[in-house]
Design a protein around this ligand. Structure first.
Ligand SMILES: [Zn+2]
Length: 456
């Protein structure tokens, strides 16, 4: 039975949400803060939705939780998700508040929470999810997240023992979470492009957790993503219950082997990290109990959000905005690798500085030495333009990666970087942005598109 304090918190927080909306504000965090302030155990007192799914991990959690909420909504379910709010405790509390009516009773079928992996200790023990989806655990901002093993210990300690986990078999760190919980694994089998020795600067988890021997990878996709076996003991990566056996990029088809039977699904992206995101969503939908044929139909209706990657072709030049999270070396490595692998002559604009860190604390720049700028040392990358106050740090890193100096330009003011693009010499311009510089990258793209239209 919920306390008077809880009911008071629900009403006060809902009134604040109405007022914030009335004045045109974003009511995605503040009502959660109010609810937690007025009732400290608001999250544990609130009635649970019939189905609660949390999504966490270093990379891909926003995309996965959004796609999952989209698919469940398309299935006709009443869903709340914190897609417009933060993924730390107040944002999750606000999402929980949205799942309740004024009387404090649950009013939805499903609650999907994107949960920051570090903040999971303040969320998971209280909302007790039915499912916890973990995308991966990678090296991330040193200042915020320390080492992935630390994040592992946070999730492992605070995830309830009753929660079923949906884990990435191809990623050794997160796949070992919650040893005794009920769980399923998803993974992508060997691809023709896979290798056996790492080419990345960052390759964590190269040592057997049982005996300390150097692991051998049957196949390695990037960093430590792949299938590892120990030559000295019987340790190996987990085998996937949902295993991708074929990726048909041309015909946009994804084949997944489930309980020995191969099933085909529409492929919604040709980028490997988004294929992982899609596979994660398919696994979660099937685990939740949505029939296979329905899942196929739902997947065909969902789209990778535009803010992650979008294209516009003007006057023969394709302008692409792509997220490349600053401070997070793996996110940036994946984007660098993808961009470098695209065909055609390219100019790359870097706008990846952390605006929040710059304004409110000291920005840690060491992360750029974990990112493979070496991918940009290619003949068809005609130009790399580093922008922002940290542009010279990026230039040093590019020089160390062997990129010829005459292909590197710097602009301390980000918008000035657009003027330096040699549009006549390239087929593609990639603007790489951080989560905090998305709006800036849109302005850069608009400026470039306008100048290309004038040239026409
Ligand atoms: Zn071993």
């Amino acid at each position: 039975m919920a306390s008077i304090k809880f009911h008071f918190a629900v009403i006060a927080a809902k009134i604040s949400a109405k007022l914030i909306k009335l004045i045109g504000g974003n009511a995605s965090n503040m009502p959660g803060q109010i609810a937690l302030k007025l009732c400290k155990d608001f999250m544990s007192q609130a009635p649970k939705a019939p189905l609660v799914v949390c999504v966490t991990g270093t990379n891909g959690k926003t995309t996965v939780s959004n796609l999952l909420a989209d698919a469940l909504e398309a299935d006709g379910k009443k869903v709340v998700s914190n897609r417009l709010g933060s993924n730390i405790a107040p944002g999750c509390a606000a999402n929980l508040l949205n799942s309740l009516n004024w009387r404090g009773k649950c009013r939805v079928d499903v609650a999907v929470y994107e949960v920051d992996e570090r903040a999971s200790r303040l969320v998971l023990p209280y909302i007790k999810p039915d499912y916890l989806v973990v995308t991966n655990l990678f090296r991330d901002s040193l200042k915020r997240n320390a080492h992935p093993d630390y994040i592992f210990s946070v999730i492992d300690t605070y995830c309830p023992d009753t929660t079923k986990l949906i884990l990435n078999a191809d990623e050794l760190c997160s796949s070992m979470l919650k040893k005794n919980n009920d769980k399923v694994y998803y993974g992508i089998g060997k691809l023709p492009t896979d290798i056996t020795e790492s080419i990345n600067i960052v390759h964590d988890y190269s040592i057997c957790p049982n005996c300390g021997a150097t692991l051998k990878y049957d196949y390695l996709r990037y960093h430590h993503i792949g299938y590892a076996t120990c030559p000295e003991c019987d340790f190996h990566s987990f085998d996937a219950d949902y295993l991708v056996t074929n990726l048909d990029i041309e015909n946009k088809e994804l084949t997944i082997k489930i309980k020995g039977v191969e099933q085909s699904y529409p492929l919604i992206s040709d980028i490997i990290f988004n294929i992982y995101n899609e596979l994660t969503v398919i696994t979660a939908l099937l685990e939740i109990g949505i029939p296979n044929e329905k899942v196929k139909e739902l997947v065909a209706r969902i789209q990778v959000p535009d803010s992650r990657l979008n294209h516009k072709k003007v006057n023969g030049v394709t302008v692409v905005q792509a997220m490349s999270k600053g401070q997070s070396c793996i996110s940036s490595c994946r984007t660098f690798d993808y961009v470098a692998g695209e065909t055609g002559r390219k100019a790359i604009v870097l706008a990846m500085d952390d605006y929040y860190d710059r304004k409110k604390s000291i920005e840690y720049i060491g992360w750029i030495y974990d990112v493979d700028y070496e991918f940009f040392n290619k003949e068809d990358i005609v130009q790399v333009i580093a922008t922002g106050p940290r542009c010279y740090d990026h230039k040093v890193r590019l020089l160390l990666a062997g990129v010829p100096e005459d292909r590197i330009s710097c602009a301390e003011e980000e918008m000035d970087g657009v003027n330096l693009i040699k549009t006549k010499e390239v087929d593609h311009v990639y603007i790489l942005y951080d989560t905090s510089t998305y709006n800036l990258s849109c302005k850069m793209k608009d400026k470039l598109v306008n100048s290309l239209e004038v040239e026409q």
